[in-house]
Design a protein around this ligand. Structure first.
Ligand SMILES: C[S@@+](CC[C@H](N)C(=O)[O-])C[C@H]1O[C@@H](n2cnc3c(N)ncnc32)[C@H](O)[C@@H]1O
Length: 241
């Protein structure tokens, strides 16, 4: 289930009810002993009597350890369900957008096809960022009229980002670029050269007490936290209020 981007108030009613009904609350962690972002977000809704089940998903690029982790997570969850436990797996943001839970879902389907499951969507970080910005007076509709919206990771290199910006300008597509933090130091000058800084939104730790939303021009070209994203709008429809 998706737990939204940070604020516990942004869990859906369905998500809260599912957590309350669970015997076991599972959640991803990147290291043994870590708290896990999704578990931190849902913490106010998890009871002291509920068993916690951290699932280790190492942040590595090699395929083998990642596949092994998805299989191990699917096996652990299926074993709990087979033992009669009501289980929820928490996922930061939405459950179907760049989420470890998507791989666990596929592994469950392959390895434990009879295991019953239900997905509960969550509020994606890009949608929460747009709403938070608009609430602060930075009007940020994500898509209007014939515009498209592309939510994707920030490209790894400048040439790819240049092509993406050209294409989205031609097509009238708004970009939501995730996984921005480590790339921001070279993304910023590229946007500046195109005159796009003022109209782009830099959103950091949306929904957390230290949330920060600002025109991209206000954010220095330094490495930024992992939980940062950029919204880029290169034009507006002709007919507006
Ligand atoms: C693995 S993706 C997870 C996306 C998530 N499932 C969603 O629905 O938004 C992680 C990236 O999402 C973005 N992100 C997630 N939560 C965020 C938040 N609270 N504030 C800003 N960016 C966030 C960041 O760009 C981060 O690098």
């Amino acid at each position: 289930m998706g737990v939204g981007p940070g604020d516990p108030q942004l869990l859906t009613v369905a998500a809260v009810k599912a957590i309350e009904a669970a015997d076991v609350v599972a959640y991803p962690v990147a290291r043994e002993g870590a708290e896990g972002m999704a578990a931190a977000i849902a913490a106010p809704w998890i009871g002291a009597g509920q068993r916690r089940l951290p699932l280790l998903f190492p942040m590595v690029t090699e395929a083998e350890p990642r596949i092994a982790a998805w299989h191990a997570a699917a096996d652990a969850l299926a074993a709990e369900v087979a033992a009669g436990q009501e289980v929820v797996l928490l996922c930061e943001g939405d459950v179907s957008l760049f989420a470890s839970s998507s791989y666990v879902l596929m592994a469950l389907r392959q390895r434990h096809a009879a295991c019953p499951l239900r997905l509960i969507p969550g509020i994606p970080s890009a949608c929460a960022a747009a709403a938070a910005a608009s609430s602060q007076g930075l009007a940020w509709p994500l898509a209007l009229q014939q515009e498209g919206l592309l939510i994707r990771p920030t490209p790894d290199g400048a040439a790819e980002l240049e092509m993406l910006l050209d294409r989205s300008a031609q097509e009238g597509t708004v970009l939501a670029l995730l996984k921005l933090g480590r790339r921001w130091h070279w993304v910023r000058p590229l946007l500046e050269a195109r005159g796009l800084l003022e109209g782009s939104l830099f959103a950091q730790r949306v929904g957390w007490p230290d949330q920060s939303l600002a025109p991209a021009s206000a954010v220095p070209a330094e490495e930024q936290p992992y939980f940062s994203l950029l919204l880029v709008r290169q034009g507006w429809p002709a007919v507006l209020p």
